[in-house]
Design a protein around this ligand. Sequence first.
Ligand code: ATP
Ligand code: MG
Length: 425
Amino acid sequence: MSGTLQAIRGMNDILPPETPRWQWLEERLCELASAYGYQEIRLPIVEQTALFERSIGTATDIVEKEMYTFTDRNGDSLTLRPEGTAGCVRAALQHGLLHNQSQRLWYRGPMFRHERPQKGRYRQFHQFGVEVFGLAGPDIDAELILMSARLWRTLELEEVVRLELNTLGSPEARAAYRDVLVEYFQRHYEQLDEDSRRRLSRNPLRILDSKNPAMAGLIEGAPSFSDYLDEASREHFEGLRRLLDAAGVEYKVNPRLVRGLDYYGKTVFEWITDRLGAQGTVCAGGRYDGLVEQFGGRPTPAVGYAIGLERLIGLLEDGQHACPASPQVYLIAVGDAAQAQALVLAERLRDALPGLRLLLHCGGGSFKSQFRRADRSGAELALILGEEEVAERCAGIKHLRREAGQERIGWDALPGRLRELLALD
Ligand code: ATP
Ligand code: MG
């Protein structure tokens, strides 16, 4: 359709048949966060480009090739946020949220990455994320994992996702490991694919994360990080494993799990599903104890995770999460006087019955055509207002989903009768 305006590729409209499922999920996420005492933080969608370069790292896929970066009218380089952690740390520092206190925060909203669009991978997508500041022990890592596990139970997805864990150790341990890894991959340079060759000098740990099956054997034979892991990180990881074992959480330790962002250290984890093809990670997170200090704050331990909501919605589509979207009552009005009265009556009913889903017919038409609309709306009841009803200050009630006689009822008694018929409380 040439000439017609289209949405940007990879940026999706979410339309009415889908929005109830999104609303339902978002409500569950709010409930989850508040059940654990987390507070919402709302952050700008645009930040200075340097914020992401300095946190996510210049040698990562995100910063190298996925960011939407532009120069604004002042000549400043700005970027549509590709993730939420960097902005959250910036805000926490800017507003002094980290002074002698811990914080448990959550956010949700759109993120932007210029990736190749495919199922489960978009250019505008949505995340629900949590970030915790000021708590260093494995107990908070375990809480985050238990919190996400609870969400899978709420969504009836506990059979569909599995947990993988790893530790990335201290910066020093990673640096030592990085050296032996570079040496190993250099020795097998001819077996590296193009991506991995690029990563070799810039971000060699990421080679372990390659999804290319041709690389699997080589990665399998790579030196193991556990030989280079520092003692403090080992203890932290063992502590976390003990807590998860005690809480009955199943997991697999995956020594090749590295995550694509530079700021992670110690614990990293992912919840993975096999139901979404290659885009199998629905939730990913870990520790980033160095980031606050890197941004000029006092050393502050931090840990968080983010859930990709499109992927979660993709999993929910298979299940039964119907949400009531259709109106309960459809108000039909025929004739000028009735149409004017219908607006007033509809307001009165909404006052008297908060939560009632009432759809008012607008645009006129015969009884017959209005009834057809009422039926199509999915409403339980049609309320009917014609000249006669207006003169007698009453309305007709007709059941649309079952056989039952039509009744007439005065306006004053109408809220009570609707409450009965629709079992409202
Ligand atoms: P992937 O390996 O799938 O590219 P990632 O490591 O880049 O993921 P994170 O930055 O950790 O992902 O983001 C956390 C979660 O956000 C992911 O696990 C995924 O569920 C979701 N996510 C990331 N990028 C996209 C995208 N382009 N479209 C949809 N969801 C995404
Ligand atoms: Mg990615």
